[in-house]
Ligand binder design. Structure first.
Ligand code: NDP
Length: 399
């Protein structure tokens, strides 16, 4: 049986729903639930009611509501593309009802921007005992970047030593300021202190303070800033030979100026403030006035380039490779009415779901993407819209 329940109906969910709907051989029946049912109905109309056969309103902060829905739908797998806050209640519901689980972002508590796998890794024994699988972080970064690293380690190196994950959005959506995925989650992530792994420990940096100007294939040179990103935590655990692991993301001057102003006036804070007799969280209010990332697709031009530089040893020689994907915003819009950031997250989630349902990746417990054999997943990236390249190159990074 390959009936799936998708939770969430935002930018990423739109891509997951439409890609799953195209692939009858992997997904026999799709059910879609989210907080706002009208958004599910809209996606159902776009993907076809013969493929998305049921839509439901659910508050996924409440594990009991999710468990009731799972009992009603009886899926083989829940694909969680709601927000990171819902990860644990949805995992609880999967455990209670005996269903496999997949998500694209690690759990974070709403009142504390803290990105780590500890909460979800703590479910390892419970999933194992029930013979269930949870796959964590199955988007692009985390997700494909973890698989790129595993693929490099398997095919190109005897031992990997230096890892630099680079995420460039070279596109232009024509808005003064907008985020490409959920604004609340995105701004929490990038306003954190930077963090990277070196010589067996984490090192911290001030937010957006370390810059490299990197040359991205088919995009050009872009200022790239060191950030902490969640896949670093699992990758340094699963590849203990890594001496250094870092993550870089591009930001334009206009984006950074807006962000600085918003931070300076307190609009990115997650501390509640009193406003007209009620408590509001400034960042949640900011989200309400910013463009919906799902609405950016029309007229979005240019490409993303996300990839992984890996340096290591092969047959006694040091070498570096760069594995990357370019994704064209306009092409994604033509195919599924989405911009490339939603697309590059939704397609890997669909592929990872297909890998689980077909048994390529099926093992009781809680896993990150790099813990499975990468080859078939890499084939499916080429097949389903995210072709990748490998180049042997000089490392652009200093030691
Ligand atoms: P959106 O804000 O566009 O969509 C989130 C969806 O979740 C909305 O439909 C929202 O409902 C729904 N939702 C929120 N709270 C609840 C709840 N309590 N119960 C049920 N549904 C709820 O976000 P995106 O689509 O941009 O992002 C989705 C996920 O993908 C996020 O976790 C994000 O971190 C992750 N992501 C991962 C990436 C990767 O490469 N790994 C890259 C980009 C994103 P409503 O519309 O009613 O608010």
């Amino acid at each position: 049986m390959s009936r799936v329940l998708i939770i969430g109906a935002g930018g990423v969910a739109g891509v997951v729903v439409k890609k799953c709907a195209m692939l009858t051989e992997y997904f026999s029946e799709i059910h879609l639930a989210s907080r706002t049912i009208s958004k599910c109905e809209k996606l159902q109309a776009e993907a076809g009611a013969d493929r998305v056969v049921g839509v439901y309103a659910v508050d996924a902060d409440d594990a009991n509501q999710v468990a009731d829905l799972i009992r009603q739908v009886e899926p083989a797998l829940v694909i969680n593309v709601a927000l990171p806050y819902q990860d644990l209640p949805i995992m609880d519901a999967c455990l209670e009802t005996g269903v496999h689980y997949l998500d694209t972002a690690n759990y974070e508590p709403k009142d504390e921007a803290k990105f780590e796998y500890s909460w979800q890794w703590a479910y390892q024994e419970r999933f194992k005992e029930k013979g269930l699988m949870a796959l964590l972080g199955a988007g692009f970064d985390p997700g494909v970047t973890n698989v790129f690293t595993a693929y490099a380690a398997k095919h190109y190196f005897d031992e990997i030593h230096y890892l630099d994950i680079v995420d460039c959005n070279g596109g232009d959506h024509g808005q003064a300021f907008a985020t490409n995925f959920n604004p609340e989650i995105n701004i929490r992530e990038i306003t954190q202190r930077g963090r990277y792994w070196q010589d067996g420990e984490w090192h911290e940096t001030d937010p957006i303070s370390v810059r490299e100007d990197l040359d991205y294939p088919n995009v050009g040179v872009r200022p790239s800033y060191l950030l902490f990103h969640e896949e670093l935590e699992s990758l340094v655990k699963h590849f203990p030979s890594l001496k250094r692991a870092r993550f870089w993301m591009t930001f334009g001057e206009q984006y950074l100026t807006h962000l600085r102003v918003l931070e300076n006036v307190g609009m990115t804070s997650i501390e509640p403030v009193e406003f007209q007799g009620q408590k509001i969280v400034p960042l949640e209010f900011l989200k309400a006035v910013l463009p919906n990332p799902g609405s950016l697709a029309e007229g979005y031009t240019g490409m993303t380039c996300i990839g992984t530089y890996v340096t290591g040893i092969k047959d006694g020689q040091e070498k570096t490779i760069f594995i990357y994907n370019n994704c064209d915003h306009a092409q994604c819009n033509r195919e599924v009415g989405a911009q490339a950031v939603s697309y590059t997250t939704g397609v890997p989630a669909m592929i990872a779901a297909s890998m689980m349902l077909q048994g390529h990746w099926m093992k009781p417990g809680v896993w990150n993407m790099e813990q499975f054999d990468p080859d078939e997943f890499m084939n499916r990236l080429n097949q389903y819209g995210l072709p990748w390249q490998v180049e042997e190159c000089e490392s652009p990074f200093k030691r």
